[in-house]
Design a protein around this ligand. Structure first.
Ligand SMILES: Nc1ncnc2c1ncn2[C@@H]1O[C@H](COP(=O)(O)OP(=O)(O)O)[C@@H](O)[C@H]1O
Ligand SMILES: [Mg+2]
Length: 390
């Protein structure tokens, strides 16, 4: 949709109101080597990959570790059920996730290599990040709290990740530890663009989305908001890394929202968080988005004084205090997983070759139109079309 956002349209927060009347920065979808030709787009099939392990699941997707038979590379295969996408509140999110990922070939963002679809599923093949997500990682530390130097380093990496998205006119809208993934040296990369939106620089959006603990007050009230919502979530994330707690807590969603709107965050003295860090948290968790610290202001904040931003962006060496999880699967240890039985109800057991119509997840033909143009290949390594594979 284009044209200025109308307040009436924003009233029902479920609708997607994408635009702020500003030109959308189309250049974000341009990727080197991107070839939308039919051969490439339909060149991969599920049988090109061996299943190694289940590695995660989120609100929408399941994620599996796979290896390509030909190039022997590991990938994280993110799978969405078309039926769930079609029945969801925002069926367009899957295609939007694809478009954002296509453009997100930048350091500190999880990169997409290719995608394809079957009758019932959508597959994204992403960089595999073996260190798990930040939620599971912080649990390895006493009290679920990271040392301040580590939190500061991860804060700097997430700052650069978010800033690169915003520079391209994209708001992430779902920043939280589960969506921040660690590589084999403990550097963090931003993942999960399932709720992201391209709004153009300084653009606004109007959908009611996010995760309650991380959602910014203006999403709850005005329902017309800009990139500052990500800096709010960034403040919640930093608070969480430094204290092991969330700043706005409640047992029910309504109580959390009440706290987000009315309560002031409190960092307990026993956590020994520095005054500079507390100052930054206060400025990020500013309820008035116009007064909130954003972008360059964060980078220049005294807490980040002396930060070597180039080294942070290049992921040099190990991240501070990096503890590799004991079950981390590297390229070498992945070899041991070859031949693992594929769990039941897994994407790899989705045998639709014999009778597509009988597949439980089958969707109506007209709904398939939603996924036109989904297939994408950014690698150039895949074999040509295999007719009739799916
Ligand atoms: N590229 C990846 N490498 C390693 N693990 C991943 C990768 N992508 C996702 N995961 C794991 O799967 C989980 C869910 O993935 P995510 O993309 O967040 O799905 P959802 O959209 O359902 O939230 C993540 O929290 C993470 O633990
Ligand atoms: Mg997620």
């Amino acid at each position: 949709m284009s044209g200025p956002l109308k307040r009436e349209e924003a009233r029902d927060g479920i609708q997607d109101i994408d635009s702020a009347g500003l030109p959308i920065e189309e250049d974000f979808v341009q990727v080197d080597n991107y070839d939308s030709g039919l051969c490439r787009a339909e060149s991969a099939t599920l049988s090109d990959f061996e299943y190694l392990k289940d590695i995660g699941s989120g609100a929408h997707a399941t994620v599996h570790l796979v290896r390509h038979y030909k190039d022997r590379k590991l990938y994280a295969m993110k799978v969405l059920e078309k039926k769930e996408v079609v029945n969801s509140v925002r069926p367009g999110d899957a295609m939007r996730e694809l478009n954002i990922l296509k453009g997100a070939q930048r350091p500190l963002l999880v990169n997409l290599h290719f995608t394809f679809q079957t009758e019932t599923k959508l597959f994204f093949f992403l960089d595999y990040l073996p260190g798990g997500n930040l939620f599971t990682y912080t649990a390895l530390w006493e009290g679920g709290r990271l040392p301040e130097a580590t939190a500061r380093y991860y804060g700097a990496q997430m700052y650069l990740a978010l800033q690169s998205l915003h520079d391209a006119g994209v708001i992430h809208r779902d920043l939280k530890p589960e969506n921040v993934l660690l590589d084999e040296n403990g550097h963090v990369h931003l993942a999960d663009f399932g709720l992201s939106r391209r709004v153009g620089r300084h653009g606004r959006s109007g959908s009611f989305v996010g995760t309650p603990f991380y959602v910014a007050p203006e999403i709850l009230t005005t329902r017309e908001y800009g990139a500052a919502v990500d800096w709010w979530s960034y403040g919640v994330l930093l608070f969480n890394l430094l204290t092991g707690e969330v700043p706005f807590y409640g047992k029910e969603t309504e109580q959390i929202f009440e706290a987000v709107l009315k309560r002031q965050p409190v960092v307990r003295p026993r956590y020994g968080v520095s005054s500079k860090a507390k100052d930054l948290l206060g400025r990020l968790l500013e309820k008035n988005e116009k007064k909130r610290i954003t972008g360059l202001g964060i980078r220049k904040h005294p807490w980040y004084k002396g930060m070597d931003w180039r080294a942070v962006e290049r992921c040099e060496g190990h991240a501070p205090d990096w503890k590799a999880p004991v079950d981390m699967i590297s390229a070498e240890t992945a070899a041991e997983l070859v031949g693992m039985p594929v769990p039941e109800k897994d994407a790899f057991n989705d045998d639709q070759r014999t009778s597509p119509r009988a597949v439980p997840g089958h969707i109506a033909d007209e709904d398939q139109k939603l996924f036109e143009g989904f297939s994408f290949d950014n690698t150039g390594v895949l074999p040509q079309v295999k007719n009739g594979d799916w």
